[in-house]
Design a protein around this ligand. Structure first.
Ligand code: 5GP
Ligand code: MG
Ligand code: MG
Length: 187
């Protein structure tokens, strides 16, 4: 039990539920990408835990790298503008890329990133998101050619933390995903 658990109003997914779903996603990717050379590209910082768990369930050789995408806004809302902060160091030309992201909300971050990766000459760009806030989408996720989309869970319209996801850089190390008590935002 972590002390930060006390600051959750509710738990949406417990650690064992997340682990079971991540294992399924890993198996699906293992089936789809068999025989291909591919890169798992995490979006830092939120996806660090998801990437670490997911790759252990992919039974194929792969490369891992991270990018940073800045979205200027306050702590619980995106601003509508995303820019690539730190780019990956692996050359993605002629590689299959699977972008691993904690959550897709408006879709602005992933649209920007997919576009960027395609312009770097990736053979295909796929996306694996743990959570999808389907009803909040502003920009549709468009994947060209053989790009695939994997989703862990549909997420209700709450600001969630844990399993890599933060509020003001806190709560990332929680093994579950939950909603914060309102007083935490007022601190
Ligand atoms: P989008 O560009 O799709 O609107 O937002 C994507 C980014 O906003 C996510 O990668 C994530 O960093 C952040 N985000 C969106 N919803 C949540 C949420 O409920 N909790 C946390 N911690 N971050 C979120
Ligand atoms: Mg993110
Ligand atoms: Mg954040």
């Amino acid at each position: 039990m972590k002390m930060e658990d006390d600051m959750l109003e509710s738990v949406l997914w417990m650690a064992h539920e997340i682990q079971a779903r991540v294992a399924e996603l890993g198996r699906a990717i293992s089936n789809d990408f068999d025989g291909r050379s591919f890169v798992v590209l995490g979006v830092a910082t939120g996806a660090f835990m998801f990437v670490a768990d997911l790759v252990r369930h992919i039974s194929l050789p792969l490369q891992v790298d991270f990018v940073r995408v800045q979205s200027y806004g306050n702590n619980t809302k995106t601003s509508g503008v995303a820019t690539i902060g730190t780019d990956c160091k692996i050359d993605l030309k002629d590689k299959h890329v699977i972008v691993v992201e904690d959550i897709i909300d408006t879709g602005i971050t992933l649209a920007k990133l997919v576009n960027h990766l395609e312009s770097k000459g990736a053979t295909s760009v796929s996306v694996c998101v743990l959570l999808d806030k389907v009803f909040r989408r502003v920009v549709p996720l468009k994947l060209s050619g053989s790009g695939k989309c994997y989703v862990g869970f549909e997420c209700p319209d709450y600001f969630v933390v844990g399993y890599g996801m933060d509020f003001a850089e806190r709560f990332r190390s929680l093994p579950c995903i939950g909603v914060l008590k309102p007083e935490v935002y007022q601190q």
